[in-house]
Design a protein around this ligand. Structure first.
Ligand code: R1P
Length: 277
C-alpha cells in the first residue's frame, strides 16, 4: 500500500532528474496511444528521455509504445509527450501506471490530451474514426487513487462529473472542423486486458452505454482530474470490438489502422495544442 511521504519523495527525485535535463516548463501533456507515437516527430527543440533512464519510472513493454518522454514545443507551445504508456495488464500497480501523470503534474502541466487505440462498439463507428471522449466506464476492477490520499496532490474524493472537460470538448469540435476532421463523440469503457473482450462482454458494454473499449486511459484520466488538470480524450477506432463484425482481433490490426490514420491524428493533435494551450 502506498505511503504518502514515500511517494512524494520519489516524485521529487524524478522531478529533479527531469528539470536538470530540460529548460522549459511544459504546459500541456500528451499521452500517445498504441501506434500513435509518430506525433513526436512534430515536436521542435526536442529533449527525449528514455523511460529506463528516469528514476522511479516503469518501462513500457508493449509493441507500438516506444518508451520515452519527449519535451519540446508544438507551434510554440511547451509540451511533454509520453511516447508509450503503461498498462495495468503489464503487471504494474495502478499507481505506477499513472506515475507519469503525477510527474507531469509536479512539472506544472495543467492540461492533458490523452489518446488511445480502441475497439469500436457503437455500430455507427468505422475503423479509422477519431472519437472525442465525453465520459468513461471503469471496468478495470481497481482505481489509481486507492490507498492513502496524496493530499498534497488532490482531494480524497475527486469529482468526475466533467472528467473530460466540456469547454475543451466543444473547442476541440470546432478546431477539428477547421482542419477538416469530423470526430465522433463517445463513452470509453476500460477493461483490464490483456485478452481482448469476449462478444458477450461487448454486448454487456453496449447495453451499459459504452461506445468504445480499450485497456488504458481511465486510470490516467482519474489521476489527472485528481491533480486538477483539464483533460481531453481522443480514441482512434482501430478495429471493431469482438462480435460486432465476424472477424478476429489482433494487435497487428490495431497498429496497422493506427498507422493508417496517424497523419490525420497528428494534424488534429497539433491543432488542439495550438488551440487549447
Ligand atoms: C491492444 O491492441 C492494445 O491497444 C490499446 C489497448 O489499450 C491495448 O493496450 O492500446 P492503448 O490504449 O495504449 O492505445
Amino acid at each position: 500500500m502506498i505511503r504518502e511521504q514515500e511517494f512524494m519523495d520519489k516524485l521529487s527525485e524524478t522531478r529533479r532528474y527531469i528539470i536538470e535535463k530540460i529548460n522549459m516548463e511544459p504546459q500541456m501533456g500528451i499521452i500517445l496511444g498504441s501506434g500513435l507515437g509518430g506525433f513526436v516527430e512534430l515536436i521542435e527543440d526536442k529533449v527525449s528521455i528514455p523511460y529506463q533512464e528516469i528514476p522511479n519510472f516503469p518501462v513500457s513493454t508493449v509493441e507500438g509504445h516506444k518508451g520515452q518522454l519527449v519535451f519540446g514545443k508544438v507551434l510554440g507551445k511547451p509540451v511533454v509527450a509520453m511516447q508509450g504508456r503503461f498498462h495495468f495488464y503489464e503487471g504494474y500497480p495502478m499507481q505506477e501506471v499513472t506515475f507519469p501523470v503525477r510527474v507531469m503534474q509536479v512539472l506544472g502541466v495543467s492540461g492533458l490530451i490523452v489518446t488511445n487505440a480502441a475497439g469500436g462498439i457503437n455500430p455507427a463507428y468505422r475503423p479509422g474514426d477519431l472519437v472525442l471522449l465525453k465520459d468513461h466506464i471503469n471496468m478495470m476492477g481497481d482505481n489509481p487513487l486507492r490507498g492513502a490520499n496524496l493530499s498534497n496532490l488532490g482531494p480524497r474524493f475527486p469529482d468526475l462529473s466533467e472528467g473530460y472537460d466540456l469547454e475543451w470538448r466543444q473547442k476541440a469540435l470546432t478546431i477539428a472542423r477547421e482542419v477538416g476532421i469530423y470526430p465522433q463523440e463517445g463513452i470509453y469503457a476500460a477493461m483490464s486486458g490483456p485478452s481482448y473482450e469476449s462478444p458477450a462482454e461487448i454486448r454487456f458494454l453496449r447495453t451499459v452505454g459504452a461506445d468504445l473499449v480499450g485497456m488504458s486511459t481511465v486510470p490516467e484520466v482519474i489521476v489527472a482530474n485528481h491533480g486538477g488538470m483539464r483533460v481531453l480524450g481522443i480514441s482512434c477506432v482501430t478495429n471493431m470490438a469482438a462480435g460486432i463484425l465476424s472477424q478476429r482481433l489482433s494487435h497487428a490490426e490495431v497498429m496497422e489502422t493506427a498507422e493508417r490514420i496517424e497523419k490525420q491524428f497528428v494534424r488534429f493533435v497539433q491543432a488542439l495544442v495550438k488551440g487549447l494551450a
